[in-house]
Ligand binder design. Sequence first.
Ligand SMILES: Cc1cc2nc3c(=O)[nH]c(=O)nc-3n(C[C@H](O)[C@H](O)[C@H](O)COP(=O)(O)OP(=O)(O)OC[C@H]3O[C@@H](n4cnc5c(N)ncnc54)[C@H](O)[C@@H]3O)c2cc1C
Length: 393
Amino acid sequence: MPHQTFDIVIVGGGLIGMSLAAALAHSPYTILLIEQNNAAPLHANLLDLRTTGLTRSSEKVLTEAGLWSAMRTHATPIERLDISEQGNFGGARIDAKQHQLAPIGYMMPNDKLTAVLSHQVAQQDNLTLLSPASLQALSQHAQGYQLTVEMAGEEHTITTQLLVGADGARSKVRALLDISYHTKDYQQTAIISNVRPQYGHNNIAYERFTAHGPLAILPVQDDHCALIWTQPSAASQVYLDMDDAQFLQALQKAFGYRLGVLQDVGQRSAYPLALTVSHSLVEGNAVLIGNAAQSVHPVAAQGFNLGLRDVQTLVNLLKQAQHNDFAALLHNYQQTRQQDRDHVIKLTDDLTRLFAPQQGPIKAMRSLGLRMIANLPVAQRSVLRRNFGLRYL
Ligand SMILES: Cc1cc2nc3c(=O)[nH]c(=O)nc-3n(C[C@H](O)[C@H](O)[C@H](O)COP(=O)(O)OP(=O)(O)OC[C@H]3O[C@@H](n4cnc5c(N)ncnc54)[C@H](O)[C@@H]3O)c2cc1C
């Protein structure tokens, strides 16, 4: 590729990088998207077995970006929440209809999310996709950045006015810009799979606190459910090494019989969990979004939803930008995003402690909280506001 210049270069074609690229489809900007994995379409991500919980505010963002109509056929609505605690009779149920918020949100398989986004990106006139290609180096110049990108063993030079780091928790853009960050290893691992229960899920999302860690069984299409079971990392290998029958038995014991007998379990995969927070979102004409800006614990299904709000803010500011004055725009971006990201980082960090295997006062507090949620509509509304994006609608 000869030396080329773009208005915007996005490094990272994960869910957030692709969402930003797709949301800028009808903008006047020329865009380059660089992804280090093979992407034709971005099929490396199709191996992602996860299912993402989408909030209603994300539905709104995706609708505004013209993406929701292609996604909605793959989205399973969540109509009710069932929150329970192992060894504690009862639990709380929150019905979306009672709060005029039906559905509460959606479950969307990551491979479908990726497929819709990569289809959109592949069709865009104003976008060039470079993949598999990876950012190696960058230097600042008066109007932006000069990037060195490696592709098929060759180095290419690219210049851009605006650089977007959407390259995940271990962001190379962040490292090259020398933006500091902190990280906290939760010593927890999420085990992900699919299960087929005896009874239909009826669009109920189950969240259960077990002796080993929080366990969620979430509705997806065809009456299969997505499983996400967070374990202390030291114990997680035991669950990964079990054969299917042993795993189902352990899961059934922890989850109980709310969905009858858990009959089949799919392939299992493991995600070690950590919090990573960049200390600044902006440096010169560069900005970090999505996991490159903040990577949070999945306990409240917030990471992608939060990253989409990064995308929404950046797209809105870019639409209003005058004469590509990106420095002023990014100053505005950093200020606009601060409160939301601080809130979600704190919320997920607090919930991680509350939902970890507990004894003593924290367990008692959690049980009391569950009873309040079960009995008080105002507490139910608060859960919906804090955890399901109602506050952003
Ligand atoms: C178990 C689990 C369950 C989750 N469930 C939910 C949920 O229900 N709801 C929710 O909202 N969120 C959820 N999340 C969080 C969500 O998955 C992430 O927040 C989201 O995927 C982040 O996307 P991203 O594009 O910012 O980062 P990434 O997915 O990390 O993508 C970064 C991309 O950048 C590329 N890249 C990296 N370096 C370079 C380079 N030098 N050059 C070129 N390309 C590069 C990578 O190959 C990658 O494709 C969950 C997370 C986990 C771990």
